[in-house]
Design a protein around this ligand. Sequence first.
Ligand code: DUC
Ligand code: ZN
Ligand code: ZN
Ligand code: ZN
Length: 485
Amino acid sequence: MTTTVIRNGTIVTHDLTYKADVLVEGGRIAEIGENLTGDEELDATGCYVMPGGIDPHTHLEMPFMGTYSADDFESGTRAALAGGTTMVVDFALPSPGQGLHDALKMWDNKSTRAHCDYSFHMAVTWWGEQVFHEMKSVIEDRGINTFKHFMAYKGALMVQDDEMYASFQRLAELGGIAMVHAENGDVVADLSARLLREGNTGPEGHAYSRPPQVEGEATNRAIMIADMAGVPLYVVHTSCEDSHEAIRRARQQGKRVWGEPLIQHLTLDESEYFNQDWDYAARRVMSPPFRDKKNQDSLWAGLQAGSLSVVATDHCAFTTEQKRTGIGDFTKIPNGTGGLEDRLPMLWTYGVGTGRLTPNEFVAVTSTNIAKILNCYPKKGAIRVGSDADIVVWDPMKEKTISAKTQQSVIDYNVFEGKHVKGLPRFTLTRGRVAVHDGEVRGQEGHGQFVPREANTPVNRALSTWKELTSPRPVERTGIPATGV
Ligand code: DUC
Ligand code: ZN
Ligand code: ZN
Ligand code: ZN
């Protein structure tokens, strides 16, 4: 078996920084030590050798708002590797009434072209007997332990509180993790209708229709319902202080809750929606929308303090042509932005480059914390003997200006266009295969494999602060008054 050695680099993990070579054999890390040799040698002089990024939140070729997101598993995972990300977790989305396994078949088919490893979350878009029963085999036979609930997108993906509570209880029983897209869909629908009535039809209307309050309210509600069900809760795309505050408080109370800011919300703000160019503003329409500086500061502080755990992209790319469906009505602009290729370079530049994050914290929030929460650690998210050789050799001196002209994504723009980043991959390895070599992308369609994730490990247990009250002992009374007297 041919071996590859990464030489002369500095290994950076979530907890350690040290100089050592890494020997890769059969897709795994075989040895870590000094002066190692191999058939192929990758020179990591001046570089950090880190676990490849894991993006826990993507939507590749997703049917959504009357169209499909433009990047599929081919271009999406190619973009991921180009930016140092070696695993993505996508959402399998049953249409209302469709079974979970049926939806998974569709995602199995889409993902055959993946260049890097991937896993799935399951979305709970409706509730009934079938979903209740299939959850068990989705977790136990398919190795999918995370289930997302949309609290927004009324009339489409949104679930009601009773459905969410039922689903959360089922997940608690099976050892799964509940996820939520936390926005109050009823309020969003009402605000949207009012804005349109008043002639506010442009992309900025999207931002007005989804203020931080709708996210804060839904986050609080989901946290309380999760606590009552005794299930751990992962809040996707935490974008504002109202939501972060709820997560922070829950964690301090001993509730098992995680928050996931996106690189877009950390680095782009709401002024983007007030650009005079309709296309420019519409390309940035996503939910939740970009926020103001105060909310951004809250997210950065959360990453430093540990109250927010991971950084994702919610990569859901639409072309300008697709965005134009919403001319004259912002509610028809397909929601979503790209970011897969840019997450690591942007977070390094604006996080590590500014001193907000240490390199070790960077590894934690882009890879290791995610692998631990989603339960695929240390197969993923680690530089350890036996771990998959998903590795990024990171050159902190390498620079570029982000541009759609040079990106892997198939769309015709980039929301980070013109941003100068310092810190880029020199090499990216996906299960031992060198997919980025001196910055050049050498993908291999179909190399990516599905990563199953088991349920019910200690980290996945929620200690409900409410649970003891669910089976109260009836009070023993000495006498019960006769009725009708
Ligand atoms: N938000 C987006 O912007 N796109 C996909 C789904 C979502 O919740
Ligand atoms: Zn070489
Ligand atoms: Zn969402
Ligand atoms: Zn999403």
